[in-house]
Design a protein. Structure first.
Length: 100
């Protein structure tokens, strides 16, 4: 079974291929994905790497606090995304009051 890892602190110059290559030093990478901003198309500075369970633990121990492309990484097991209804609203618009 594969385990998904959160990778924070990525350089804006890091590519998905570069991320995959770096983590493949710790074991077999199933997938690597850098999250991109929808408006600008640029990296948001974090991503996810999916690895086999044993390899994932090794990757966390190897890469957490280490440097990649000049930036110190934060690596840990990814948490499930919270349902959208439970997230705080952004933008200051209160739908119940119909005002800003």
């Amino acid at each position: 079974m594969a385990k998904k890892l959160y990778v924070g602190g990525l350089s804006y110059n890091t590519t998905q291929e570069g991320l995959k290559d770096a983590f493949s030093q710790s074991g077999q990478v199933v997938s690597a994905n850098i999250i991109m901003d929808k408006m600008t198309g640029k990296s948001r500075g974090f991503g996810f790497v999916e690895m086999e369970d044993a390899d994932a633990e090794n990757a966390i121990n190897t890469w957490n606090g280490k440097e990649l492309d000049g930036r110190t990484l934060t690596v840990n097991e990814a948490r499930p995304m919270a349902p959208r209804g439970d997230r705080p609203q952004r933008g200051g618009y209160d739908r119940d009051r119909r005002s800003f």
